[in-house]
Write a protein that binds this ligand. Structure first.
Ligand SMILES: *Cc1c(COP(=O)(O)O)cnc(C)c1O
Length: 378
């Protein structure tokens, strides 16, 4: 496939219609946010330059960074003794940064709860830094559920306990944080970040790449308690040090200026248009509910859900067709109705509909209608 970036052809074409994009990430962004970016791209109001052209030390960016943090603090009700960091390297760099800062040189193990692909990747990096204890692993059942608290095998003490609130690939989500005792709870919230309220006090550290539910790729948000920052080791490369990043207010080097700007617009949209995280959670429940109702409608005869009902994700709905030979027809039929990026991850197969905050209800309704019609015609 060739990508033509020819200004003249682009100008001659009618603006393309937007499809319903069920991509797991980078994923759909709110249309009003994209429109605002487009409107202000050449000159940021009151600045006279593009946001792509301003210094990360300018007063304009001071304002952007401060408001992005303030919005996040308001949405999540982040307590005053927690820091907000805007980093780079994706959620995947956190798989390393967390054990580098909190496990290296410790006599304690770090405990990992594995409910899918991302947690399983995180544990590989932790093993490079110290002792690791797997407190629960859902792999034998192909990651179809999260554990009950009683099933966790936790050692008497851990440097921290890591889990993934929503496993994007398997579509398996915790309804509430696991009970892990006194160890700091560290959570990869990448794919359900800002999809509903959480009690930040339950966590020592939360991290999310932005490109699932909060902005563009290249930005990673970390929320970390002062108490956990104090536990971080000293002998850490500056860029990988939570403490150094916090001391420098996420400006140890040039941060992702554009990413922070888009994050600011998304958090404004969440607050002002969506109405906050309770409303976002209700929306997610309603949208995924439409699809789960279809999956449950035939008792597994036609559509086969991946996750067990009590562990189902409110962001990523995973399923396959009982008749695998119909997969191509499903993709083609969906594309005809402007429903795209529904293919499941190769490790799970089948389909995955990611219904993040920015997916309009109409997209979920259209997918439901298509799934019902597809079943009826086969
Ligand atoms: C997408 C994703 C990641 C990886 O994010 P990158 O920014 O590509 O490193 C990690 N964890 C979860 C839960 C994800 O959904």
């Amino acid at each position: 496939m060739t990508l033509t970036l020819d200004r003249q052809t682009a100008a001659q074409q009618a603006p393309e219609r937007r499809v319903f994009n069920f991509s797991p990430g980078p994923a759909v962004l709110p249309l009003p946010v994209l429109q605002e970016i487009q409107r202000d791209l050449l000159t940021l109001p009151g600045v006279g330059s593009s946001v792509l052209e301003i210094s990360h030390r300018s007063t304009a960016f001071d304002g952007i960074l401060a408001e992005a943090e303030a919005n996040l603090r308001e949405l999540l009700a982040i307590p005053a003794d927690y820091r907000v960091l805007f980093l780079q390297g994706g959620a995947s760099l956190q798989f390393s940064m967390i054990p580098i800062n909190l496990l290296r040189g410790q006599n304690l193990p770090a405990s990992y709860i594995l409910t899918g692909s991302w947690g399983s990747k995180a544990v590989v990096e932790a093993l490079r830094e110290g002792q690791v204890h797997v407190a629960w692993d859902g792999k034998a059942d192909n990651f179809v559920r999260v554990p009950k608290d009683g099933e966790l095998d936790l050692p008497p003490a851990s440097a921290y306990v890591h889990y993934t609130s929503n496993e994007t690939i398997q579509g398996v989500q915790f309804r509430r944080p696991p009970a892990v005792g006194d160890a700091p709870l560290v959570c990869d919230v990448s794919s359900d970040f800002l999809s509903g309220p959480v009690d930040v006090r339950d966590f020592g550290l939360l991290y999310a790449c932005a490109q699932k539910n909060a902005g563009p790729s290249g930005l990673t948000v970390v929320v970390v308690s002062d108490e956990v920052l104090e536990r971080c080791g000293d002998d850490v490369h500056s860029m990988l040090s939570f403490r150094r990043q916090a001391e420098k207010g996420s400006r140890l080097n040039t941060p992702n200026v554009f990413g922070v700007y888009v994050f600011l617009l998304v958090t404004r949209w969440l607050r002002d248009e969506v109405g906050g995280l309770e409303a976002a959670a209700a929306g997610a429940e309603a949208k995924t509910g439409l699809i789960y109702d279809v999956l449950d409608g035939d008792g597994g005869e036609f559509y086969v859900p991946h996750a067990e009902p009590a562990s189902r994700s409110r962001m990523n709905v995973t399923f396959r067709l009982r008749r695998g030979d119909l997969e191509k027809a499903f993709v083609a039929g969906a594309a005809d109705r402007d429903l795209v990026a529904l293919k499941g991850h190769r490790s799970v197969g089948g389909f995955r509909a990611s219904l993040y905050n920015a997916m309009p209800m109409e997209g979920a309704e259209r997918l439901r209608d298509f799934m019902l019609a597809f079943r009826a015609s086969h």
